[in-house]
Design a protein around this ligand. Sequence first.
Ligand SMILES: Cc1cc2nc3c(=O)[nH]c(=O)nc-3n(C[C@H](O)[C@H](O)[C@H](O)COP(=O)(O)OP(=O)(O)OC[C@H]3O[C@@H](n4cnc5c(N)ncnc54)[C@H](O)[C@@H]3O)c2cc1C
Length: 473
Amino acid sequence: MTDPDAFLSAARATLGERGLTGDPDLVEPWLTDWRGRFTGRALALASPASTSEVAELVRLCGAHRVGIVPQGGNSGMSGGATPDPSGAQLLLSLRRMNAIRAIDSDARQATCEAGVILETLHHAAEDRDLRFPLSLGGKGSATVGGLISTNAGGTQVLRHGSMRALVLGLEAVMPDGSIFDQLTPLKKDNRGFDLKQLLIGSEGTLGIVTAATLKLEPAVAARTVIWAGLDSLPAARELLLHCQAAEGEALEGFEVLPGHCLATVLRYLPDARSPLAGEHRWHALIELDAGSRDADSLADRVEAMLAAAFERGVIADAVIAQSEAQAEAFWRIRESIAPAERAAGPAVQHDVSVPLASVPGFVEEAVAQVEGRWPGSRAVAFGHLGDGNVHFHVIAPPGSDGPRWQESDGKPISRFVHDIVARWRGSISAEHGIGQLKRDELHRLGDPVALALMAKIKAALDPVGIMNPGKLL
Ligand SMILES: Cc1cc2nc3c(=O)[nH]c(=O)nc-3n(C[C@H](O)[C@H](O)[C@H](O)COP(=O)(O)OP(=O)(O)OC[C@H]3O[C@@H](n4cnc5c(N)ncnc54)[C@H](O)[C@@H]3O)c2cc1C
């Protein structure tokens, strides 16, 4: 960095008093990541109000060689939005840019600024009898810019895809301060590289997303939520294939969790009840949705689908939610796994994926190997079976001193788990990105050709290295 005072006064002149602060009370809440693993310091917190202010600020940062850490809702899981401890990086919050610029009901598109919170977008779409088909536990904080920059997933990827599939147009400020404007969606556009796809999932290392045009879907006219008890994970996979064959497009989500994980959630939520009377080794939470044309037949179709699954011996027991409240209660169990596990004791979390058909084999091997190698620990695998995405948590032996256990065993466990993932030809980051948490692991296990290409792209677009330094690459 050149002269910090000169930079700060130029930045204040660009953004005004509201747009730049060094007040510790205002800056400090944003210096630690959601999981509390990383804490940094910042030169200041910048909150531009428009794309042109972002562009001007980025030009200033380039001239003064100030590293920029873009931040949305700070709900990311990999420390990507947390500055380093030097105090020399600028925290650039997009939260003030929170306008929904337009919703086109006919085209089913919403154009939003980067700071729009996911839940706000859900409500705005609902008001027009539409929906934005991506949801996740952090929806009250996560912003459009953060969701795009991490290529977020969630519970509806099975049917609608992750952010990559939902971004139709993009506006971003590039590291030289130029504005990349491809906000207007074109169904057909073959003018070379799809540059917006390069920015999606780049975790703020290539540019700052300032706005996007997103795909909306018609509102759901009817939904059915099922809780099924199963004897094994291969049975869960068979049930998934059965549901896909029977209902195809209507299948919106397919989540799995082991019986002991359900027990942990029920201890955590004293007012919750197990959806099924008996005990089962595995459970599946399944949602099927229908539009207005086939809403009336959905319930009968689901009954027939389940009856056939029973007949084939795929499921041990199942219940269909009888009301919206019961459906929500089933989903609440699923969404409470992360906080329940966290309350149960220290754990090392992994967010991995393997080819769909390999999920049962991978889980069986990884659980046995980890528990064998670290006696007393417990490995919990749950997640989005329909996407091959396994959340693999390793819980410390009872009575462990959390911080000491994390310090001594955390990294070796993660390396061990990631090595197994690599043998199964999977990914060490299915949804949460690399950030600073998994950067070393990406470089240890990543394909050298892919890593070299990423480094070349980064060097070409951001030669000075101001965009989110120390993250991903
Ligand atoms: C309870 C809970 C459940 C979650 N469940 C899921 C889940 O199921 N699936 C899933 O994918 N994620 C999940 N997440 C993670 C998180 O919500 C997503 O990663 C989300 O996309 C982060 O959005 P954010 O606005 O909070 O981004 P931040 O945390 O602020 O930033 C995340 C990354 O994006 C960059 N960034 C942010 N805004 C911009 C911008 N405008 N331009 C360029 N770069 C930017 C940051 O620098 C950082 O690298 C969950 C989080 C919580 C707290």
